[in-house]
Write a protein that binds this ligand. Structure first.
Ligand SMILES: Nc1ncnc2c1ncn2[C@@H]1O[C@H](COP(=O)(O)OP(=O)(O)OP(=O)(O)O)[C@@H](O)[C@H]1O
Ligand SMILES: [Mg+2]
Length: 245
């Protein structure tokens, strides 16, 4: 199984979050102090969808049911009202699973102007019962009225130091030992190439593979190589270039 799946955070506390504002805002949602729709925005692979999927369970204090809202498909007022205003007004009246509230998560959404206006009303009516969580790479493309009703939270890339404890945990799980300085160096170099934590996990997987399967240098054979040397040279392991300090 790829590390992106194997080491995907299972609970909100697993998510590597360094930014104090992000921590505070998420803690306020967990404490029930914030109920506005939440728009998580930022670069690719910083953890927006992961947070959106784990926050409801953190709020409920138990595994929560999440409804995935395909908001990209809202083109008309009818699309919005068909889902939210159809009898028996489910979202206004009920919650499932013994939960305090309903949770609707939507990754990427881009309404037509009319659908966005209808959705504003839905948000205003349902806010108490339903927690909306949206994720996007492009906040500017989101309806301004929806932004105004929401907490817009930028999920920024994290630093190598922030990643260090979780990366150490992953290496330990994989039975690989590296010095902190080496691991920090690896994380720093990788995060300079891409701020995506998805990419970082892919490279960490490659690193573990390299450490567990040290390759030997391939030397081109020549006639003189066929004559056995008097003292055989030890084979030098190839070091993952991201580890070189
Ligand atoms: N902050 C993080 N802490 C730990 N793991 C993370 C974090 N962010 C991302 N990951 C890993 O990367 C994978 C992809 O993350 P996720 O889908 O949440 O990113 P995203 O911000 O929604 O990306 P996109 O902008 O491309 O939609 C996760 O399954 C997880 O394995
Ligand atoms: Mg996403």
């Amino acid at each position: 199984m790829s590390y992106v799946l194997k080491y995907a955070p299972k609970v909100l506390a697993d998510v590597v979050i360094a930014n104090a504002n992000v921590k505070d805002k998420l803690a306020a949602y967990v404490a029930g102090e914030l109920k506005q729709p939440l728009i998580l925005h930022g670069e690719f692979g910083t953890g927006k969808t992961t947070i959106a999927n784990l926050l409801p369970s953190a709020i409920e204090g138990k595994p929560a049911l999440i409804e995935k809202l395909k908001a990209v498909e809202f083109n008309t007022v009818y699309d919005v009202s068909a889902l939210f205003n159809a009898p028996p007004m489910f979202y206004k009246l009920f919650t499932t699973n013994g939960q305090n509230r309903n949770y609707m998560v939507s990754n990427e959404f881009n309404f037509t102007v009319k659908a966005a206006l209808a959705f504003r009303d839905v948000i205003d009516e349902l806010q108490e019962h339903t927690q909306f969580i949206f994720t996007t790479n492009n906040l500017a493309s989101i309806d301004k009225g929806l932004q105004d009703r929401s907490i817009c939270l930028n999920i920024p890339p994290v630093s190598a130091r922030d990643w260090l404890p979780r990366a150490k945990f992953i290496l330990k799980e994989e039975g690989v030992k590296l010095k902190d300085a080496q691991l920090l160096n690896f994380l720093t170099k990788q995060l300079a190439v891409s701020s995506s934590n998805r990419k970082l996990l892919e490279q960490l997987e490659a690193l573990v593979w390299d450490v567990k399967n040290p390759k030997t240098l391939v030397v081109t054979k020549s006639i003189k190589d066929l004559v056995p040397p008097k003292t055989p040279k030890p084979k030098a392991p190839v070091v993952n270039p991201l580890l070189a300090i």
